[in-house]
Design a protein around this ligand. Structure first.
Ligand code: GDP
Ligand code: MG
Length: 176
């Protein structure tokens, strides 16, 4: 589904992944270029944020949806997936369970999302080198298995945050 906004195409993009992986922080970093640590992001649901990304001198409009407290499997509504054209799937490189759950998230995504949804796997919190339990290679291997692009990001330092959303926008542009 494509929403019409200001006569231009708006691409619904959703953030998915276990609670605490950094979905809200990633969106705040991309939108405002800052990192808000602590309980703020855990309790505040953003809803959606509109962002314009320029790809090859063309504007790609993203309507990025964040989930708040709906992260448990099956509680994310099917409609949320159904309307999405792009999806950023996050795990936390310092929390193994969030990585192990990626398979379950992908199963759910393939069940409910559009067949041509643009997916990108993100290993977030790359700044936390000392606490890392999932290697870059493990993330890459899982992404390869599912045929999706992969990147490690830090919502704290901003590393690869712009790049991730630009990659999504680029893929959306090439598909339309
Ligand atoms: P959400 O539940 O997926 O929306 O995750 P939040 O954005 O609320 O983040 C959960 C916790 O992880 C918060 O305390 C954030 O400050 C922290 N956090 C999120 N992203 C990063 C990151 O890239 N690096 C570090 N060090 N902490 C992060
Ligand atoms: Mg959140």
């Amino acid at each position: 589904t494509t929403l019409v906004y200001n006569q231009e195409l708006m691409h619904k993009t959703i953030l998915v992944g276990d609670s605490g992986v950094g979905k809200t922080s990633l969106l705040v970093q991309f939108d405002q270029g800052k990192f808000i640590s602590g309980s703020f992001s855990a309790t505040v649901g953003i809803g959606f944020t509109n962002k314009v990304v320029t790809v090859d001198n063309m504007k790609v409009k993203l309507q990025i949806w964040d989930t708040a407290g709906q992260e448990r499997f099956r509680s994310v509504t099917h409609a949320y997936y159904r309307d999405a054209q792009a999806l950023l799937l996050l795990y936390d490189i310092t929390r193994k369970s969030s990585f192990d759950n990626i398979r379950a998230w992908l199963t759910e995504i393939y069940e409910y999302a559009q067949k041509d949804v643009v997916i990108m796997l993100l290993g977030n919190k790359s700044d936390m080198a000392a606490e890392r339990v999932i290697t870059h290679e493990e993330g890459e291997k899982l992404a390869k298995e599912y045929g999706v692009p992969f990147m490690e990001t830090s919502a704290k330092t901003g590393v690869n945050v712009e790049l991730a959303f630009h990659a999504i926008a680029r893929e959306l542009k090439h598909r339309n």
